[in-house]
Design a binder for this molecule. Structure first.
Ligand code: SF4
Length: 190
């Protein structure tokens, strides 16, 4: 191991800092991510970002766990043959086996009645894709987590003024004559 008092990781190019956007909720705060040898090591707010000005919440700061938490699922799990539903006894299976099982089961449901298939996802940031998959499959029964801090705001704006800033803009507070908040936190700013 190199002596850390003589060799600076940053000078050696092992450490880099990337400016990007937090994707842990709809606010999209500006963040700075420190990487060491290409792996995320630290996340902090970007003080130069116009919306959050360097402030991030605990969830954003712990975004590193999304990449490296040992609790992440990395392989498909199948309920063990000797286990009852709810017992939380699973075995790891290969992706090929998982795809075979899904092909068989989904194929059967689709032939019978595609609407029997309901698809729910978490905050996967791929809701457009999962929604498209459900539509192609032929079921209207799909939903995903929606940020309570922003979905109600968007719904309110769509029903009142016909559109929403949603996630990718901030209100022009300095020039506004009237500012009405509908179901959103002011600091969220979305
Ligand atoms: S409010 Fe928190 S979780 Fe949401 S974008 Fe900002 S730092 Fe990320």
């Amino acid at each position: 191991m190199l002596d850390p008092t003589e060799y600076n990781d940053q000078d050696m190019g092992r450490v880099e800092v990337k400016n990007t956007t937090c994707y842990m909720c709809a606010c999209r705060c500006g963040i700075r991510v420190t990487l060491r040898d290409g792996e995320v090591r630290h996340i902090e707010g970007n003080p130069e970002h116009p919306l959050n000005k360097g402030v991030i919440c605990a969830k954003g700061a712990s975004g590193i766990m999304k990449q490296y938490s040992p609790a992440r699922l990395t392989k498909p799990l199948l309920r063990r043959a000797d286990a009852e539903r709810g017992e939380s006894k699973f075995e790891e299976i290969s992706w090929d086996r998982a795809f075979d099982i899904m092909e068989e089961r989904l194929g059967k449901i689709r032939k019978e009645d595609p609407k029997k298939f309901a698809l729910f996802t978490g905050r996967d940031q791929m809701q457009a894709l999962t929604g498209m998959f459900a539509k192609q499959f032929g079921t209207p029964n799909y939903a995903a987590h929606g940020g309570f801090c922003s979905v109600n705001m968007a719904a309110g704006l769509i029903y009142t003024i016909g559109g929403s800033f949603w996630e990718f803009g901030g209100p022009d507070l300095e020039r506004a004559k009237l500012f009405i908040m509908i179901g959103t936190a002011e600091d969220h700013h979305s």
